[in-house]
Design a protein around this ligand. Structure first.
Ligand code: CAA
Length: 257
């Protein structure tokens, strides 16, 4: 059996590639377990500062594997903790994870992309939550993360009609951070990831944690969290180095401490 999740290391960046091209990278347990193991390894590795998750040019992922779940009963889904057991690892990763999306990101594919900290897309990317066409609904966070990304009107439109959104509309709507030509997507995403990975890792983690608070709390609570975290950053050796380097007109040499 082909390895359904491939990993590579580029400098301080860990690349995870979903590899089931024959089914447009449909997400089954092997894929989601594989992504989880890859994140475990990259997160434990001090030499990795940022993670990129991608598919192939035709598909990031066309959703959860429909063949696998089509005969599920409620007990199968409930007792196996379907989705939660092995899909939530991306969300708990403390290092930044960038989704590099080319082609289809549908259903669970769109949801996995949205679990990442940001999405870079190729201009051929297509996003959608087509579960309504299957007689069900997004089950990996689509009804929650899509409205937060694109607002209620577009999220309702996408989830209720099942239509796809192209890369330009996705960028306009706030779902996608940047768009590249398909052949440049991984290279450009790795370059951005390397930029992030070269900064102080604890500072990067503090930024990620603080931005994510914007989704979990009121503005007052979020600002308090940010302020306390900012104060805590003065305990970093890298903060001393970063500011000294600026004042000394030299490049900072971060030690990720
Ligand atoms: N699960 C299983 N197999 C899938 C799949 C999926 N989600 N998506 C595509 N495939 C398979 C197809 O069955 C086909 O396999 P065969 O060659 O063996 O027939 C192969 O991938 C290629 O697909 P198509 O022939 O359909 O390719 P296309 O170019 O004509 O169409 C597409 C592309 C529009 C993406 C179409 O494949 C499609 O609509 N896929 C399903 C998308 C979908 O409904 N996703 C949501 C799944 S439910 C979910 O994700 C729930 C959740 O929230 C967690």
């Amino acid at each position: 059996m082909a390895d359904v999740v491939l990993t590579e290391i580029h400098g301080r960046v860990g690349l995870i590639r979903i590899n089931r091209p024959e089914v447009l990278n449909a997400l089954n347990n092997d894929v989601m377990d594989g992504i989880g193991l890859a994140i475990d390894a990259f997160e434990a590795d001090e030499a990795i500062g940022c993670i990129v998750l991608t598919g192939n040019e035709k598909a990031f992922a066309a959703g959860a594997d429909i063949g696998f779940m089509k005969e599920f009963g409620y007990m199968d889904a409930y007792k196996t903790d379907f989705i939660t057991r092995n899909w939530e690892r991306i969300r708990t990763c403390r290092k930044p994870v960038i989704a590099a999306v080319s082609g289809y990101a549908l259903g669970g594919g769109c949801e996995v992309a949205m679990m990442c900290d940001m999405i870079y897309a190729a201009d051929n990317a297509r996003f959608g939550q087509p579960e309504i066409k299957l007689g069900t609904l997004p089950g990996a966070g689509g009804t929650q993360r899509l409205p937060r990304a694109v607002g209620k009107a577009k999220a309702m439109d996408m989830c209720l009609t099942g239509r796809m959104m192209d890369a330009a509309e996705a960028e306009r709507s706030g779902l996608v951070a940047r768009i590249f030509a398909p052949e440049k997507l991984v290279e450009e995403t790795l370059a951005a990831a390397q930029t992030i990975a070269d900064y102080s890792l604890p500072a990067v983690m503090m930024v990620k944690e603080s931005v994510n608070r914007a989704y979990e709390s009121s503005l007052a609570e979020g600002l308090l969290f940010e302020r306390r975290t900012f104060h805590a950053s003065f305990a970093l050796e890298d903060q001393k180095e970063g500011m000294a380097a600026f004042v000394g007109k030299r490049k900072a040499d971060f030690k990720h401490r």
